[in-house]
Design a protein around this ligand. Structure first.
Ligand SMILES: Cc1cc2nc3c(=O)[nH]c(=O)nc-3n(C[C@H](O)[C@H](O)[C@H](O)COP(=O)(O)OP(=O)(O)OC[C@H]3O[C@@H](n4cnc5c(N)ncnc54)[C@H](O)[C@@H]3O)c2cc1C
Length: 100
């Protein structure tokens, strides 16, 4: 088996987290980077217009993973700027700030 490489996942939500967790769990990646357009930690979206807007839930209840689980992923989280380009030849992903 080849040496673990650097895995970059774009999108930090349900699918992105699952995509990142699988190779980490199987020991298939060394460095792991998750790039998310939103500055907030990943959250479960369905309760946002319902339980959160109505005030029935505290926002923390929508967190998809605990802080401990995110720490255990041993990943670099680049949150707040979207990925805007993939350079296949140089094997790089670029991000760009979005005016907020
Ligand atoms: C308000 C709301 C209510 C919903 N209610 C329901 C419901 O009741 N029932 C139901 O079944 N589903 C519901 N959904 C849909 C459900 O939340 C989605 O199916 C689920 O979130 C899909 O997860 P995902 O990880 O595939 O995509 P998403 O949750 O859409 O996550 C994709 C992530 O990738 C990020 N991203 C995209 N492009 C880039 C880029 N270039 N660079 C960096 N990051 C990027 C986005 O910012 C986002 O955080 C709802 C969605 C919303 C928004």
């Amino acid at each position: 088996m080849s040496a673990p490489g650097h895995v970059v996942v774009v999108g930090v939500s349900a699918a992105g987290l699952g995509t990142a967790e699988a190779p980490r769990r199987k020991g298939l990646c060394g460095r792991l980077t998750l790039i998310g357009a939103e500055p907030e930690p990943p959250c479960d979206r369905p309760p946002l217009p319902k339980q959160i807007l109505s005030g029935a839930w505290q926002p923390a209840r929508t967190e998809l993973r605990t802080a401990e689980a995110l720490d255990a992923l041993d990943a670099d989280f680049l949150l707040g700027d979207p990925a805007v380009a993939l350079d296949v030849e140089r094997r790089g992903v670029s991000t760009a700030p979005v005016p907020r």
